[in-house]
Design a protein around this ligand. Sequence first.
Ligand code: NI
Length: 174
Amino acid sequence: MHQTHEIAQLGAKILRQHALAVEDVHAPDIRQTIELMQQIMMDTQGVGIAAPQICVSKRIIIVASRPTKRYPYAPQMAPTVMINPNFQPLSDQTEKGWEGCLSIPAIRALVPRYQAISSQYTDLQGVRRTINLEGFIARIFQHECDHLDGKLYLDRVENNGEIISETEFYKLIA
Ligand code: NI
């Protein structure tokens, strides 16, 4: 039996696939996937998750920035389920920041991301929404959207010297 509560790990093919758009946000299988993602968000110290990470190749993410052991400096926001998300940068300005991923344990790296974006997504009621995001929350959103296109943050690292162990990361931010 397939254990969907396990988080797909680096090397799993599903993490490299282009996820399919959700057609009906109310479909029972979609609701079940979202509930499982919400549960895993609560059980882990993550600040975001994408459906492919629980082995469902659908375009669903949750952005849930909050200070956690993994990200002590993360700003607080209400966890937000975002279906069929996409975005446009509001300027060319990018900044490098530390990222990790539940699918790539024990590693952190500096990743360049757009500093400010206009994001669009469909909410749990099926309403299309637009919201401007910046800084760390924009970073999480871009990281999770990458998961839907089969990309991982290590693909965006510019220099191997900017990949460090989680142990060193915690020393850095102490
Ligand atoms: Ni990730």
